[in-house]
Design a protein around this ligand. Sequence first.
Ligand code: ZN
Length: 221
Amino acid sequence: MVVDPGCSKSVQGFLDSNGYHLSGILITHHHMDHVGGIDALLSKAAKGISVYGPATGRVAQVNRPVREGDTVDVHCLVAQVIEVPGHTSDHLAYVIELKDTMKSDEVWMFPGDTLFSGGCGRLFEGTPQQMFESLQKLNQFPANTRIFCAHEYTESNLRFARAYSPDSKTIQERETEVRRIRELGESTIPTTLREERLSNLFINAKNPLEFKQIREAKDNF
Ligand SMILES: [Zn+2]
């Protein structure tokens, strides 16, 4: 299964080179860089595979609309559907707790453009209050939750965080580490909730007003 295929090429290439067949698609929101690859993937997949996504009808290919509290079968795993409005009004996150099936205490989170490594998504449709509450919802999972966010924005997010909060040692240290990883051409994703609690200004905002101030500062950075 694939989450948010913005383009099909890399996904289809991965499937082909491993001899895999796509069995389902999970969509967090309707932006083109998250849905642009659906048609091409469906054209090569078995007929009638499930495409899960918001129940608002904005993604035409969604044939399994889901809402808060619904679950999605991901082979032997179960993904919880969590509504996280803010970036868009109907944005979803998917969270898989491995404890039942794989005897692991790890949690996998797919927050789309809601929570980023060192940052959060822009407020295109929602209010600061909504986004604040959405981030709080995601922050209730355990510290070892692995966060597979949808973009590699860590370096620029931390550049902003250091400028906004220049005295934070943890932000400085993480920025140095992230630069090192990016210079090697490697990805900083997935991150973890433990890491975000140490260095993500947005998830640590104390209230919607503080969140709004940080978000506005980032938008103008
Ligand atoms: Zn988006």
